[in-house]
Design a protein. Structure first.
Length: 285
């Protein structure tokens, strides 16, 4: 596996440290890990359920809704048609919501650090309005997930909201807020955690998890996600890796806090195809 990227680890730890909007485990939310997930394949409709209860035992929604980046982020989650192959229609109201969200995250220290770093690398425009336009294009510009289809997807929808393919496959959905809100509506069924080789089970204060769940009739055998982090932290992290590389799939090994991760970013032309963290030492490597 790739050697640890020290430069990016340093940047991401700085971003982690200034992420004042991150929710704290045990204080702002509690998770209930329950049992270890059984073996499953993508597309299984029935798998062993090792967790009778929700993953999120509670989340301080007052705090979530009082933080501008979370509030504007949540307003974007209902803007998409989950099924791939169904053309997305973006209304003027949704475009305005996308812009409000980008304005909110661009005002944070996390995004400022990312912007400064990208400026040094000559990968971003100095003007914030130009940088925002660049982010809009990377994350919100629609494209067809399969050749020849109608524009049915974008990076934001895939990574943060989740999509389904032919009702048999879950694509993306790597965000904890979306997971929590879907779980609250009984749309998601958490099936248990997936362990790392060097750790028998995750702790309830772990802020990166590998989990198994079903959503809209399909199972995601292993999905990994940050827990509690702000949307701007994920946005900044994936954008930096996306802009640093040119290849279709980029995997950077970084250490953030105590988490050794491989951050995977796949591109779809000039846009993000998918992005997620993989805890190193998970059996899926």
């Amino acid at each position: 596996r790739k050697a640890l990227n020290h430069e990016l680890s340093k940047l991401f730890n700085e971003m982690w440290d200034v992420d004042v909007n991150r929710l704290m485990p045990g204080k702002d939310y509690t998770i209930d890990l329950q049992g270890k997930a059984g073996a499953a394949q993508q597309g299984d409709s029935a798998v062993q359920d090792s967790a009778a209860r929700h993953l999120f035992h509670n989340v301080n929604e007052e705090r979530l809704k009082s933080i501008k980046t979370f509030a504007t982020f949540i307003s974007l989650l209902d803007n998409y048609e989950a099924s791939t192959g169904v053309a997305e229609v973006v209304t003027p109201e949704e475009t305005a919501e996308n812009n409000c969200f980008l304005d909110a995250i661009l005002a944070t220290e996390v995004m400022k650090l990312a912007h400064e770093y990208l400026l040094k690398k000559k990968l971003a425009k100095p003007n914030l309005a130009d940088f925002k336009y660049q982010l809009y294009d990377i994350w919100f510009q629609l494209y067809a997930r399969k050749e020849g289809d109608r524009p049915d997807s974008c990076g934001f929808e895939h990574v943060f909201v989740g999509e389904t393919r032919r009702g048999k496959q879950i694509l993306g959905l790597h965000n904890w807020v979306q997971f929590y809100l879907q779980e609250k509506r009984n749309q998601i069924d958490y099936k248990g955690y997936v362990t790392r080789k060097n750790k028998t089970r995750p702790d309830k204060d772990d802020q990166v998890l590998s989990i198994q769940f079903s959503w809209k009739g399909s199972v995601k055998p292993i999905g990994s996600t940050f827990i509690g982090v702000s949307p701007e932290f994920e946005f900044a992290l994936y954008t930096v890796i996306f802009l640093l590389a040119e290849e279709r799939v980029t995997r950077e090994t970084v250490k953030i806090e105590e988490y050794e991760l491989q951050v995977v970013v796949c591109r779809h032309g000039h846009h993000i195809g998918t992005a997620y963290p993989v805890l190193l030492g998970t059996s899926s490597e």
